[in-house]
Write a protein that binds this ligand. Sequence first.
Ligand code: ZN
Length: 159
Amino acid sequence: MNDKPRPPFVPVSIENALRVNRPQLGAEAPIALYRLLRLVVMEDLFGRAASAPAYLAGKQLGASLGLKDLDQFLKLCHDLKIGRISVEVRESGVIHVDVHECVTCSGMEPVGRPLCAFEGGLIAGVVGSIHGVKAQAREVTCIGGLGDETCGFDIKLGP
Ligand SMILES: [Zn+2]
């Protein structure tokens, strides 16, 4: 029997989760692993409703990162290889974000629905926290979900 005392039960923080000690394998893993968790496991757990918890999780994460401006967000997307991002403010006041080469879905056969709710939530959380308002993202195009050129999100800012 193992007599070593078990460490106290604590929530997993972002900082802790990002500590990596893999001297031989390093800090990177294939996109396949991410997609299995993000798409296959999430749908196994939540069925067709998987997009709602994925969106909320992304939004909470985005809001908790404490990013101060758009450049920090673009750097995050670059560092995590989420995709190549372009941002456009449309005349209606809607912020439109396009994700090229989306980590979640680029290259997939279309499955008849947008897939990137987590990314949408992440963008909404970050944009909302930068502007200090509520933000909502709607995925209007999706590469692997709908066969579009980009995963495109309309961001609406609220009070
Ligand atoms: Zn996507």
